[in-house]
Design a protein around this ligand. Structure first.
Ligand code: DGT
Ligand code: CA
Ligand code: CA
Length: 608
């Protein structure tokens, strides 16, 4: 086996300073390689990165062997030409001409290009517990520490590691002083909270901040957000930026020294990755303006959408990559057909433009072919808000100030829906103070003209599905939001019954934040979504899309379901202060759920 090549020492591509296992755990592209001619350089680099990682973990004694893979990751990752093309030109031999690629690696590349898989990696994976790879996602644990924990204490999962920490044994070990143990605890807690992903409500402003700096920087012509953030997913794994510039190196310098950067993971001449102080990675790529559209399409993803579009291309006799749409096959690539804009790329395969929020390969390509893409809802379509809180319960501001703020946000109507809950810590509407509550709403109506104010309540659904307020009190209100705030761990069956019973209550208008999830913190309750949708349809009730950035509840797939069932959605802010009337992230999720203006109840100009 040839692992060491003398060319390494002069390899010009090694401007990359450091590479970390940033492609985490089981999400490695390896498993997706069924269409072998779509295996990209990036995917191949990831496979090699994983091999290197596993070799290190396994305790490979020959350090050159591990380094060979690490170097191959850099070489492959920084190539400008696709390995596919190089291979097609001269087979294994021309691969071997690449710096750092010996006979063995060239053969592995061939295997990957031909089959989309690597048997050698599969064999390695069999020897390493899967949980050990997850441990390396924790801040502060690399291969070396993971290996040590595994070999010394038999730690094979994050749970094992937590137990070990609790036992206090680690504190006695050399090099694992109190401080690093404390850091480890924090790392585990953070991992549990985020599972490596950041909610869009935090990621989006962070990315905008970076975007503004980059847009002002010298040498940057154009820069856009790509990846899952552009698709407006509820959580994102990292931030992806795509730029055009005549001085890519300068852009790399600026990007790597942004004030938001904690450390540089990899710095190349046209692409870099940094780890941000906020706890996630950010990637940037610089491309030629002529291929910006193709690159933006590629790096926006989703991967499944891209694969499907590429298949369409193949069927039409085209090859599609981040460099454009070309005539011919990957093997015999012809002239460039389209690359400047995303519209050009779609047009080349006979499709209209598809909004990023739809690009999940969930039927959007078929819909586009039939000319049946939805006309997605927009923020300005929202005309009323049917869930917000005043200081009568846990809101920060008075009803009058909330009404004024809503009016200023151009809303035509709101429902004030203070909490009504048996939980001691929540003040709010009780049987005893309902007249006082209604009187205050009446005062707000008088004080703030030009906005319609409904008297509402957010009433707790009790463990058995009854509501906290009796029917004769509910009858006094214009608008009742029923919502779960306790007993999250009931069985699926009981939870489903609980929700169905709540929907049967004649005074309930809408099921508030139906899954009760809190992004990155709580998964939410388990129930039969279809059964609930059917009941809502039958009873003529709404389901809420709670737009507060901590919740974004209902999630996109359920919104789509609701649309299919003909259940209308209320997109509400759940504002707890005068600053809370915002719908941006809710609208994003609605769009991801294919919702149109007509699918949402509070888009009409008149009150409901
Ligand atoms: P994330 O970061 O987990 O929230 O999800 P994405 O979709 O932003 O994924 P990311 O950051 O790994 O890559 C951004 C986009 O670039 C992805 O949506 C599609 C494209 N892409 C990246 N790597 C590959 C790859 O190896 N193969 C293909 N076909 N596309 C890729
Ligand atoms: Ca991403
Ligand atoms: Ca990325």
């Amino acid at each position: 086996m040839v692992f060491l090549s003398p060319l390494w020492s002069i390899a010009p591509i090694l401007s990359v300073v450091l590479v970390e296992p940033r492609f985490k755990g089981a999400s490695v592209a390896h498993g997706h390689g069924t269409i072998s001619d779509t295996m990209t350089n990036a995917e191949i680099a990831r496979v090699f990165e994983r091999v290197g990682m596993l070799l290190e973990l396994q305790g490979e004694e020959n350090p050159f062997r591990i380094r060979a893979y690490e170097r191959a990751v850099l070489v492959v990752g920084n190539l400008t030409a696709p390995l596919r093309d190089i291979y097609d030109r001269g087979g294994v031999r021309s691969l071997q001409e690449l710096p750092g690629i010996g006979e063995d690696l060239a053969q592995k590349i061939e295997e990957l290009l031909k089959t989309g898989k690597l048997q050698y990696l599969k064999n390695l994976e069999k020897c390493i517990p899967a949980g050990l790879l997850a441990i390396m996602e924790i801040e502060g644990i690399g291969q070396k520490k993971a290996k040590f924990l595994w070999k010394t204490f038999g730690v094979e999962s994050i749970a094992d590691l937590s137990k070990l920490l609790a036992s206090g044994k680690l504190e006695d070990v050399n090099g694992w002083g109190g401080k690093s143990v404390a850091n480890l605890r924090r790392g585990i807690a953070m991992h549990a909270r985020m599972n490596g992903r950041m909610p869009i409500g935090d990621a989006s402003p962070l990315a905008e901040e970076i975007l503004q700096i980059l847009r002002k920087a010298n040498g940057v012509e154009r820069v856009e957000i790509a990846g899952s953030l552009r698709r407006r997913k509820d959580t994102v794994g990292d931030l992806d930026f795509l730029a055009t510039s005549t001085k890519p190196e300068e852009v790399m310098d600026i990007f790597c020294s942004l004030p938001q950067v904690a450390r540089v993971i990899a710095k190349g001449s046209t692409k870099s990755t940094v780890f941000l102080k906020e706890g996630l990675d950010a990637d940037i790529r610089v491309v030629d303006p002529k291929v910006f559209g193709a690159a933006l399409h590629y790096f926006t993803g989703s991967k499944d959408h891209n694969v499907h579009i590429r298949k369409l291309g193949i069927r039409n006799g085209f090859t599609i990559s981040e460099y454009g749409v070309f005539r011919g096959t990957a093997k015999r690539k012809g002239s460039l057909l389209a690359a400047r804009t995303e519209e050009d790329v779609y047009r080349a395969v006979g499709l209209p433009y598809i909004e990023p929020e739809l690009r999940e390969d969930r039927g959007e390509i078929e819909a586009a072919m039939k000319g049946e893409l939805p006309k997605l809802i927009e923020v300005n379509d929202i005309r009323g808000d049917l869930h917000c809180h005043s200081n009568f319960s846990d809101g920060a501001d008075t009803m009058i100030d909330m009404a004024k703020a809503a009016k200023e946000a151009d809303l035509l109507y709101i429902a004030l829906t203070d909490h009504s809950s048996p939980m001691g810590m929540v003040k709010g509407i009780k049987k005893e103070n309902i007249s006082q509550y209604l009187k205050k709403i009446e005062e707000a109506r008088k004080a703030v003209r030009g906005i319609h104010i409904l008297s509402g309540a957010e009433v707790d659904i009790l463990a058995d599905g009854r509501l906290y307020l009796p029917d004769d009190i509910l009858a006094k209100l214009d608008w009742v939001v029923a919502a779960v705030h306790s007993h999250f761990r009931q069985s699926r069956e009981i939870t489903t019954k609980r929700l169905l019973r709540a929907l049967e209550n004649p005074y309930v208008k809408v099921l508030g934040h139906p899954t009760t999830r809190m992004l990155g913190e709580r998964e939410g309750i388990d129930f039969d979504v279809e059964a609930v949708l059917k009941e809502a349809k039958k009873q003529g009730k709404y389901l809420e899309l709670n737009a507060s950035k901590e919740r974004l509840d209902l999630p996109d797939i359920h919104l789509r379901h609701a649309k299919e069932f003909g259940v209308k959605i209320c997109i509400n802010s759940d504002a707890h202060s005068i600053h809370g009337f915002s719908y941006e992230f809710g609208i994003s999720q609605a769009r991801r759920g294919w919702l149109e203006k007509g699918d949402v109840a509070n888009t009409g100009a008149r009150k409901i």
